[in-house]
Design a protein around this ligand. Structure first.
Ligand SMILES: Nc1ncnc2c1ncn2[C@@H]1O[C@H](COP(=O)(O)OP(=O)(O)OP(=O)(O)O)[C@@H](O)[C@H]1O
Length: 229
């Protein structure tokens, strides 16, 4: 299993009246397969999640993923860490579903024809059989999120970070994506407001005001959050 380490990490951002700390000094070691980050809007969950693949740089301290320093070996880290956004439109960049998955496969499958054929297989594996020629803009929210997930997994990441992957989905699709994420063999870090999903992870962190307020058994952390929200 993978290991994510934050060593005395802080994140500050410049504002018109000086620097603002959005993540207070945090030290963490995450080795569990399924880790949930929960907490109120604006508490720092996305910031914490984005540190893992360098989308947000640490202002001080160090983020280390499987022994790789995110600041110094960012390219290698990004090969290992797949990132899934709330809105699939943020990551679907090619005109059709097949081309989009093929783009993700470009490092794994060198021959173009093989890549397109493999993309169809990936689509079928994710319940999107026959979607190859569909425009990425003509998919429902659930289909788009499935396609985004298929594209990320096609790169064979050892860690997947998903930032509110079910927020835009209806109940059925939200459950479907949730089940898929929980069933993945690799380490998954899920930022979520879905407390049922969080409770089913192996570890949960409650983030509030830029600090990890509670960290541990998901049932306890969710219960504490419900009582204190
Ligand atoms: N680049 C930035 N510049 C200024 N402020 C920022 C920046 N990035 C994040 N913030 C602020 O930092 C705080 C934490 O943001 P973050 O997106 O991590 O919260 P979150 O817990 O994921 O929120 P939500 O549940 O609403 O998505 C927020 O107040 C946000 O406005």
């Amino acid at each position: 299993m993978s290991e994510i380490r934050l060593e005395q990490v802080t994140v500050t951002v410049p504002t018109h009246d000086g620097d603002r700390e959005i993540l207070h000094e945090t030290t963490l070691r995450l080795t569990e397969r399924r880790v949930a980050l929960i907490g109120p809007n604006g508490s720092g969950k996305s910031t914490l999640a984005r540190l893992v693949n360098g989308l947000v740089p640490a202002t001080t301290g160090r983020v280390v993923v499987d022994g790789l320093d995110v600041a110094r070996e960012g390219r290698d880290v990004r090969r290992r860490v797949g990132f899934m956004f709330t809105d699939p439109a943020a990551q679907l960049v090619m005109p059709t579903a097949r081309e989009d998955v093929a783009l993700s496969l470009r490092r794994v499958v060198k021959d173009k024809a093989d890549r397109l054929a493999r993309a169809d297989q990936v689509l079928a594996d994710h319940g999107l059989e026959g979607f190859g020629d569909r425009s990425v803009h003509a998919l429902s929210g659930g289909e788009g999120q499935l396609l985004a997930l298929a594209g990320v997994l096609a790169t064979e990441p050892s860690i997947l970070v998903a930032d509110e992957p079910t927020t835009l989905l209806d109940l059925g699709n939200s459950r479907r994506i949730g089940e898929l994420l929980l069933g993945l063999p690799q380490q998954v870090v899920i930022v979520t407001h879905d407390l049922e999903l969080a409770a089913r992870c192996d570890r949960a962190l409650l983030v509030r005001h830029g600090r990890v307020e509670l960290d541990g058994d998901p049932a306890d952390v969710v219960e504490h959050y419900r009582r204190s929200a």
